[in-house]
Design a protein around this ligand. Structure first.
Ligand code: PHE
Length: 405
């Protein structure tokens, strides 16, 4: 590739004097951690989806919220800033804060970048989940790539007042004043209040589903260029107030530009890492990118609602033991993996099939596995590892019908 090009997922972009994406950043694009089933971010995403699937269905029982989770992180300046009414001189536009592919394109800094295009498609209720990019220092809680979930819901006039006994004469639009605490100039107070109520009910319900119904919470006034009024929802967790999400009633100008001038709506954005770190006690944001079996295996649960408390990766030395056996014809490696987990428990960090062959004469198949044993809080002795290893062999003979070589 030429030096004046930036290649992202097979597409070549012309670079220029604004380009500031690095190979390290580009290497993260396409990883889509939020779509990895047993990744902590994938688990959180599934919990959010489950909340919306179970609580919000349309007239015929189908999910009300559409989910977009594969939108291209390369977006235009219009998508990331202009469509969201970001002031021309806002700091977030600076290449100091944002990764530019070139002077026209950048790596989205938030999933709000997709609000306008999805509304233009005619979608009135949706989630948009994806990786977002911000230039920042790297420490335990900051990483230049993280993941967000955008939530948007629009209402017609009829929908806003659908629960009012006699809605005659009730309108969502009016000519009035913007009021700092409750409404935009073109909204009636009653419409703004009903939409605020719906937003708070929906987002609080989600938060209580994630953190438990007894968690302490508070709504704090906030500011975003694309919502008014705006709030942040905070919960009391681990002795501190934690910001869970930002939200607000969408600026009507944004909806008008997107072709939804007859509707009123709310929007919210959640950071997935922040939630996952608290929910699973993950101490360092870099761990989300870990390819270590010792990290990944702690999130291998079938039901995403299963409570998980992360145990930090051990720094103590591992013990490696191999095991080779003849396998019966109906044998599956997954059976052995299950057995290893049952017998060896948390002392087994990793199991790999390192060799497999079929004997030319008697046609029997042999498997060789390498097991890595490691204790989380102390050095495991080889004698201890040997003891577990031999009971795994014993159980494999008894339960799986293998023959040790
Ligand atoms: N995009 C905002 C952020 O990244 C969050 C947000 C989304 C706020 C939608 C309001 C409405 O901080």
């Amino acid at each position: 590739i030429r030096k004046s090009e930036v290649k992202i997922k097979g597409t070549a972009y012309q670079s220029d004097d604004v380009t500031n994406v690095t190979p390290r950043i580009l290497s993260k694009i396409g990883k889509n951690l939020h779509t990895v089933k047993h990744h902590p971010l994938g688990l959180i995403k599934r919990r959010i989806e489950n909340y919306f699937y179970t609580h919000f269905t349309n007239r015929v029982g189908n999910p009300l919220f559409a989910i977009f989770d594969r939108l291209d992180p390369v977006v235009t300046i219009h998508q990331n800033f202009d469509s969201l009414l970001t002031p021309e001189d806002h700091v977030s536009r600076s290449p100091k804060d944002t990764y530019y592919v070139n002077r026209d394109l950048l790596l989205r800094a938030h999933t709000s970048a997709h609000q306008e295009e999805i509304i233009k498609m005619g979608c009135d209720a949706f989630l948009a989940v994806g990786d977002v990019y911000r230039r920042d220092q790297i420490d335990a809680t900051h990483y230049p790539v993280f993941h967000q979930c955008e939530i948007v819901r629009l209402f017609t006039e009829g929908e806003v007042f659908s629960r009012v006994k006699d809605p005659t004469g009730l309108r969502i639009f009016d000519e009035g004043d913007r009021r700092s605490h409750d409404k935009q100039e073109m909204h009636t107070l009653e419409a703004a209040k009903l939409v605020e109520f719906d937003l708070k009910k929906c987002l609080l319900g989600l938060t209580l589903q994630l953190f438990g119904k007894d968690v302490e919470y508070r709504w704090v006034d906030a500011y975003f260029p694309f919502t008014h009024p705006s709030w942040e929802l905070e919960i009391f967790h681990g002795g501190d107030w934690l910001e869970v999400l930002g939200c607000g009633i969408m600026e009507q100008k944004l909806l008008n530009n997107a072709g939804a001038m007859s509707k009123i709506g709310w929007a919210a954005g959640l950071g997935l890492e922040r939630l996952a770190m608290k929910l699973y006690a993950i101490p360092d944001i870099r761990l989300f990118w870990s390819e270590e079996e010792a990290f990944q295996k702690q999130f291998r649960v079938d039901n995403p609602e299963t409570p998980i408390t992360f145990k930090p990766l051990s720094v103590y030395a591992p013990c490696l033991n191999d095991i080779s056996f003849w396998v019966p014809s109906n044998f599956s490696s997954n059976d052995f993996y299950d057995l290893v987990r049952t017998v060896g428990g948390d002392l087994v960090e990793q199991v790999d099939l390192v060799d497999e062959f079929t004997h030319p004469k008697h046609q029997r198949t042999s498997h060789c596995y390498r097991l890595v044993y490691r204790h989380m809080d102390r050095t495991l002795t080889q004698a201890e590892a040997n003891e577990i290893h031999s009971s795994i062999g014993q159980k494999a003979i008894e339960n799986l019908g293998v023959e040790i070589r």
